[in-house]
Design a protein around this ligand. Structure first.
Ligand SMILES: O=C1C[C@@](O)(C(=O)O)C[C@@H](O)[C@@H]1O
Length: 246
């Protein structure tokens, strides 16, 4: 696959792309999940490396042989909903190492909580290697005020994000509308973003990207990677219905 861009990955299209998370612990699990997912309507995969304990290069080789879809590599730390505890220098080192393997994938997740200078360093390194940088932030407790969510997405872009990504937890439907509205405002200012309101109440936001400018939505394959995720096949149906005639 040649150097990816938002255009070449279809991320300016009206209907969001479905990203299926791979949550395997080892090489055998990775092969199995890819096999189980092969009939699902995913547009790209996310490999959640915080769960994985095997050799990463071998895993990337297996991925490339099994599918030709773009791959987002994510090392999700505990505080952000992942399974690995890393102090900031260790996180920086691990993501830098991943970026070195850039020839095998297209997008890399960089957590905003790593701190501005680390994020800037990592987005620059990702760009030098031809990767698209997704800068992400998760709030599992709350939905911040709309202006704050918009500010966060703008700040991510300023730090070099190609795709700013924000996931928040709603307490009621108004919180979901607030996230969707902040997403649309960010899209109008910055171009495509990735946003979601998590949990059961937030599901609407995962299907609403055609209206909110959220260009990627995570749909579960063998295993969900966050609360409230719809299955990839269900998501395809809902997106197709909502996108009809747009
Ligand atoms: O950042 C995200 C979004 C996500 O948390 C979600 O809510 O769908 C799922 C994660 O796997 C991914 O890294």
């Amino acid at each position: 696959m040649k150097k990816p861009s938002l255009e070449s990955l279809g991320l300016y299209e009206r209907t969001p792309k479905i990203c299926i998370p791979l949550m395997a612990k080892d090489l055998a699990g990775l092969s199995l999940q890819l096999l189980e997912n092969r009939t699902l309507p995913g547009d790209l995969y996310e490999w959640r490396l915080d769960r994985y304990e095997g050799d990463i290069e071998l895993g990337l080789g297996i991925y490339k042989r099994a599918v030709s879809l773009p791959l987002l590599c994510t090392l999700r730390t505990k505080g952000q909903g992942g399974e690995i505890e890393l102090d900031p220098p260790e996180y920086l080192r691990r993501v830098r190492e991943l970026i070195e393997l850039s020839e095998h994938f297209q997008l890399i997740d960089i957590e905003l909580c790593a701190g501005d200078s680390a994020v800037r360093e990592l987005t620059e390194a990702a760009h030098e290697r031809g990767l698209l940088a997704v800068v992400s932030q998760h709030d599992f407790a709350d939905t911040p005020p709309g202006e704050e969510m918009l500010r966060t997405l703008v700040h991510m872009k300023d730090l070099g994000a190609d795709l700013p990504k924000l996931a928040v937890m709603p307490k009621n439907p108004l919180d979901v509308f607030s996230l969707m509205s902040a997403s649309f405002e960010a899209y109008a200012l910055l171009g495509p973003v990735i946003t979601m309101s998590m949990g059961e109440i937030g599901r609407l936001s995962r299907a609403a990207g055609s209206f909110t400018g959220s260009c990627i939505t995570f749909g579960a394959g063998a295993r969900a990677s966050a609360p409230g995720q719809l299955g990839a096949a269900e998501l395809r149906q809902v997106l197709d219905i909502l996108g009809r005639g747009l």
